[in-house]
Design a protein around this ligand. Structure first.
Ligand code: GRG
Length: 291
């Protein structure tokens, strides 16, 4: 295991423990059980980005872990809602039955709603950042990233693309993905600077390139996964004829674009010097990952 893999595992354990403790503190209910289920597992890459950028700005992990848990709660909510029959209609998530399959659709909707509320509650805590201004900056930027100008907008554009008369252009796919997956990744990477009251612009540049590379890697994984399974697992975007980075750039073109973006992401970290090594490795991981 390299330094990054260990750091990712440590961050995942810290973040998951904090999130599960918050959920366990809620009154007993079906929704609480399903929230705990939905928050379990996954790479916790967004939580890692929060903890690592906080470390870069000398914010202690005990403080930053609240924002790490908050962004993973938002991410988990987005996955639960995305899996619903009204959206992507998926039966499996992280190798397990999706929440609406294991419980029901009403529970899945409430789980997403409650995870979102939990996230904002965590950021509003007195010990979520060193100053009230920093806490407000985290809350306001999360509202922007998750809402109708960020992730929700990206998801809406994605749904609209399914019934559009023509496939999306490369620019349109890029804008869609900047909202759908990019906005939360950018929030995560900027969180450390925001906690410290520092300028997040270098981290935002890193995260924009990283977020796009992450999505291109996802498209590549879908195609290569499908090829490996000899067509047993059908990718919905491909079967629906939806434009993806791979359909627009070709497999090799998409791989080259992802590599260029990783170089761009790493270049954006120059100002942090050697201290940003884990973030550079995170960028490599995003395109080398297998899930
Ligand atoms: C429902 C408002 C709303 C938004 C949903 C995030 C999202 C928007 C949909 C997910 C669809 C999807 C599978 C997109 C591909 C990229 C992506 C976000 C993958 C899942 O993120 P990972 O790989 O997941 O970080 P883990 O399980 O590791 O947390």
């Amino acid at each position: 295991m390299n330094g990054f893999t260990t750091a990712l595992e440590v961050a995942a354990q810290l973040t998951e423990a904090r999130l599960q403790a918050e959920i366990a503190a809620l009154p007993e209910s079906n929704v609480r059980a399903a929230m705990a289920y939905a928050a379990r597992g996954g790479k916790k890459l967004r939580g890692f980005l929060v903890l690592e950028t906080a470390r870069l700005h000398n914010i202690p992990a005990e403080m930053a872990v609240q924002a790490a848990a908050a962004i993973e709660a938002i991410h988990a909510y987005s996955l639960v809602h995305d899996d619903l029959p009204a959206m992507d209609d998926d039966d499996l998530r992280r190798g397990q039955p999706t929440v609406h399959v294991k419980w029901d659709e009403a529970t899945a909707i409430l789980v997403g709603d409650a995870l979102q509320s939990l996230a904002f509650g965590l950021l509003a805590r007195g010990d979520a950042a060193p100053t009230p201004d920093a806490r407000l900056a985290l809350i306001a930027s999360m509202a922007q990233a998750a809402g109708g100008g960020g992730m929700v907008l990206g998801q809406a554009l994605d749904i609209a693309a399914e019934t559009a008369s023509a496939p999306l252009s490369l620019d349109a796919i890029t804008a869609l993905q900047a909202g759908k997956t990019g906005a939360l990744i950018e929030w995560s990477a900027c969180a450390g600077a925001r906690m410290a009251g520092a300028d997040p612009s270098h981290l935002a540049n890193y995260a924009r390139a990283l977020g796009l590379a992450f999505q291109i890697a996802d498209d590549i994984l879908d195609v290569e996964g499908d090829a490996a399974l000899a067509g047993k697992r059908l990718n919905k975007d491909q079967t629906a004829g939806k434009a993806t980075f791979v359909s627009e750039l070709g497999l090799e073109g998409a791989k080259m674009r992802a590599c260029d973006l990783i170089t761009q992401a790493q270049d954006a970290l120059q100002t942090y010097g050697d201290d940003a090594q884990q973030l550079r490795e995170a960028a490599q991981f995003v395109i080398a990952r297998s899930n």
